[in-house]
Design a protein around this ligand. Sequence first.
Ligand code: ZN
Length: 442
Amino acid sequence: MKSLKGANGGRGADPYVPGHGDLSYEVLHHDLTLTYALTSNRLEGEAVLTCRAVGRLTQLRLDLALKASKVTVSGHPVTRFRSSGGQLLVTLPEPVEPGSRVTVRVRYAGNPAPLRLPGFDPAGWEELEDGVIVASQPHGASSWMPCNNRPSSRSTYDLTFTTAADYHVEFSGEPVSSRRHGASRTWVFRQEHPIPAYLATVQVGPYAVTEQEGPVPIRVVGPAGVRGAGFAASFGRQPEMMSCFVEAFGPYPYPSYTAVITEDELEIPLESASLSTFGRNFVSDDWENVRLVAHELAHQWFGNAVTAERWSDIWLHEGFACYAEWLWSEASGGRTAQEWAEHHHGLLAEGEDQPAPLTGPTAAHMFDDWVYKRGALTLHALRVEVGDDLFFECLRTWVAAHQHASVTTAQLLAHCAEVAGRDLAPVLRPWLDSPRLPDLPS
Ligand SMILES: [Zn+2]
């Protein structure tokens, strides 16, 4: 079989995020043991990656912005490795056959910082006034760990993280233990569901934890006093939001949910696996903030558990999370989904045609508001066409069939057709494939 070495030519696995990801192998598990000094922003440690070859491998191209000092492959020290341009290129001691596993151990260190990529905001490890957030969508994962940064490569995680004892640490997974030793504390976490690298996060801050009772345990983590005005209507209602979404989308896909609220104001909140990050400016009873608390929670089903195989299908994350906002509005006595659909259809119709189809918005537009709103309108058109019972059955079975895996729009169309017992492409295709905005069905 032809070697897949250089199959990407260093350009990356997904044209929307050039220079990241590799199609020639999968990472199955990350075992990270890291130490972090807040005062100097120095991160150092070791990552053990269990990889599986897709094609015959003679080299391994990992995404890593920090400098590697030592690499071993399946127990053998490797002398031929090179860190440059945000990648760690490892020449394997012997070829790895397709389907075979190889374990790569990387010692690395550095001062992690958000990564830049033309057309995107900087993403990844970021120092706060007092602490750290990691917000990696779509290109920031390699700011703090070696990984295969494409949305279709999913990995489980073990993280052992040591930092100053008076700081609280969160990870996109379940806490296992926390032990103080002198001036430091070591935290251990595990994510047993496979997640894409961009959905892995570390959060560090002088935080307190508030627990909420929902369908699964919910935790609000933030500075003391974050429960100010506006908390009750926003984060205070997360248990009800989760119950609403469990009814609509099926069981919550992780063992728990954590909302981290930073002391710093943040421009936008961001989802990670089983955890979302907000600035304290989102603690507000204003609908424009409340809707985002619902939006990030809904990403746990759509985007995190069920992830688009390619970034061009980002509407499978954002359209669904936006529609969830409308469902929460309806459930909490606000505007109905139909009213929101009419409102946003009217706004989109006032503008120009969209610059590209929903199923291929281009990297420049993938996080534009029209992708979110038109995606939600597409789902609303489906709901009107098939009725509530079939619509929600479609959503629940979609998550059940594909959770912790990657999907495409074509799979969604096939899924809807199967559930409804008829081809729904004639209804959905105009919403998906044309820059022109279809009329809103009623
Ligand atoms: Zn979103």
